[in-house]
Design a protein around this ligand. Sequence first.
Ligand code: NAP
Length: 243
Amino acid sequence: MSDGIRDRAAVVTGSTKGIGLAIAEDLLRGGARVMISARRQGEVETVGRRLLEANAGRVAWRACDVRREDQVEALFRGADEAFGGLDILVNNAGVGLHRNLEETTLEEWNQVLETNVTGVFLCSRAAIPRMRKRGGGYIVNISSLAGKNTFPGATAYNASKFALNGMSEALLQEIRHDGIRVSYVMPGSVNTGFGSGEGPDPSQAWKLTAGDIARVVVDLLRHDPRSLPSAVEIRPSRPPRKG
Ligand SMILES: NC(=O)c1ccc[n+]([C@@H]2O[C@H](COP(=O)([O-])OP(=O)(O)OC[C@H]3O[C@@H](n4cnc5c(N)ncnc54)[C@H](OP(=O)(O)O)[C@@H]3O)[C@@H](O)[C@H]2O)c1
């Protein structure tokens, strides 16, 4: 009987670093086949080739900006070609913004909403018919506690993750009877260098690791098809005391 991961075909968006990379690595450890993607072609290739060395025949890669409909369609055609279909989509690609609304430019607003919401819409829309063909599948959306708690100075990010949570819950109801499950994960602070490209900061060891979030995703995928943990909150157990 399948454990929900072995031999499954997965697309993980934003999987060249941080949480997405940790999820891709855990899926590969579990025996899945994984499509690596992010915007930067060079990084996509470097990470794809490195992962392929240890996981022969189970890794494919393609650069994709999730905001671009043509690139998203090409990404999923790539999964068809490489894996013959799709079972798992992890919508992980996301960007943050520390900015009061008044100081946010329209371009910044659009970048956050288009990546964190429109990107999930485009990827999920491409994934659903492919999963239906397989008789089911699993979509995991990486949201944030910023989808539930408000943070002054993060209005665009809050708006995007609140929208993502609402979209996830509605989509769950739209496709559950096709055997396609939808969950969203809401991490608190994760030590990734989110958006900076700099990687984990050793002085922030109290934060969650990317591996902590990957573990949640793998646990969700391994749940019996009968059960659906639809939303998961995960936070650092001992953050610095306030005040
Ligand atoms: N770190 C945290 O504290 C934290 C907490 C809660 C939730 N999250 C969520 O977790 C997810 C991953 O965050 P992270 O900390 O791992 O970030 P990260 O280290 O900055 O990695 C982000 C990944 O997404 C890719 N990406 C960014 N924009 C993209 C786009 N338009 N299209 C495709 N790929 C794109 C990046 O590569 P390119 O730049 O090459 O595209 C990179 O691979 C995000 O959705 C974030 O909101 C993070």
